[in-house]
Each structure stands twice: as structure tokens, then as C-alpha cells.
Unconditional design. Sequence first.
Length: 237
Amino acid sequence: MTKLMRRAGAEFAGTAFLVMAVVGSGVMASRLSPNDVGLQLLQNSLATGAALVALIVALQPVSASFNPVVTLAERALGMIGTRAALALIGAQFLGGLAGTVLANLMFDVGPVTFSGHERAGAGLWLGEIVATAGLLLVVFGTVRSGRADRVAFAVGGYITAAYWFTSSTSFANPAVTVARTITDTFAGIAPASAPGFILAQLLGGAAGFVLVRLLYPTLVPATAMSAAEAANRKVLS
């Protein structure tokens, strides 16, 4: 198996499990707490954040973007080539759809049930721009400052928080957005609402990319950062 095939496989599996966490926990939350939307969101956000940490830790040695916007940013930063970017993005979309189908089947709601949950409006689109820009800043700010080993916890924590501080509950991912159109459950989004969310995510990705380039113009090697941190600790001790 070629390296690109392995990377695409990791993106497929990672995105599938991420979407299963989003959709599955949404269904479970709505069944366990049918009369408390706030508690449903708490359960959904905690499950999603925890799953992200676990999946990134497990798959980061192969590939762990799980998000076309992140992959596009990697291409723009010269971290991967065009062919690899296209393969990984394709795997992410397919993995997301597979994850939704599996989650639907686990909870007996039908393999494909198009969502009727309309999500539209300037406030929600702005929420997606903010959520996606912040996600890129967290991902690449952590990686480009030489702390790639901490990105799983940074991303998991950010997404858990962004569920609550953004009006859109932070989809921040085109592959996940498309996948959530085929589940008429707590986590679903109506197919007609998806294009607006995806456009907002791309705009947020562009804004996040600009921030990353401004704040982290060069990549700090992990060894250099470790030495700097050791020196700081010595000074502070």
C-alpha cells in the first residue's frame, strides 16, 4: 500500500468516526434528555471533543486532518501537494458520509434520512466563519510553533468550546456538513442550508490562513521549541 493510500485511508476512517461521534451522540443525547436542549448540546459537544482528541492521537502519525479546509490550508502552506490534497479531501467526504450512514443504522433511523433542520441566517454564517478561522488558528498555531504533539488536545478543547460560543454550534468542516445532511436527527442540517455553511467555512478558512501567516510566518522545529521551553522553565525556577 502506498503512503498516499495509507493517508487517504486514515482520513476516511478518522472522518467516519468523527461523524459517528457527532451524529451518534446527538441521537443518544436527544433520547436520554428529550426535554433539555442545553443538556443535549453538552452531551453532544463533550462526545465530539473527546472523540477528536482520541482520533488525532491515534491517526496523527499517518494523517489526521479530517477536514477539507485544514487540508486546503496545508496545501497552501506547501505541506502537501495538489494530488495528495485532492485524495485526502475525497476520502474525508466519503468517510463523513459513511460515518453518518453507520450512525443512522446503529440507532435505527434509516441509513439515509435527509435532514429537515434548517440552519440559515447571517448570524449562523458568521458563526461558521468565526469557528473555522479559530480552528485553523488553533491547528496551525500549535503545529507551526513546534508543539504538534499537543494539537489533539488543542483541537478537541477548541471544538468542545466552539459548540457553545458560536451561534452555529461550530460545524467548521465541509465534509462533516455534507455528511450531516443525510441524518434527520439532532445533529442534522437541511441540504438546502449546507451551501451557505460551506461557503462560510471557506471564508473562515481564508481568514484563518491569513492569521496563521501573520502570526506564524516560519515553522519552528519541535526540537527548537523544546529547548526554548526548557530554557524558560530554568529561568522561572
